[in-house]
Design a binder for this molecule. Sequence first.
Ligand SMILES: [Zn+2]
Length: 147
Amino acid sequence: MAKHLKLDAWKKEILTGNLCPYCNDLTKRIKGSEIYGEDTPWADLDFMLCRPCWAYTGVHQKSGIALGSVANALLRDKRRAANQVFDRLYQEAHLTRTQAYLWLAKQLGLNRKLTHIGMFGEETCDLVVELVPPFLEKLRQQTNLRK
Ligand SMILES: [Zn+2]
């Protein structure tokens, strides 16, 4: 089995937040104050931003690496929704985050390295929102049967 997917350089630049997937232009590293304003908890944090598309993503503060691709407002909403059901997944199924990501990778047929909500596009986020609730429902029913 192939252990890693070979991404072409372009796709890799998108997934690491260096290129904007909407306009293909280079993103810029900026401070959160540009997005959220000065008096916010995010003001001093780093973000990657494509200004013309107003697409952005957070940056892992220790490594300085973007958490994924920059996202416009619609995709940010969809990622937020996917994150919410993902939180429910590992909490309600009593999984670690890593186990939950492994489950998700299997369900989506994705390489584990590419299974990060910050890297997902709109359709993959929608899939996460569709897949998780029936799985949790099934778990609940199994737990009830054992009682
Ligand atoms: Zn752009």
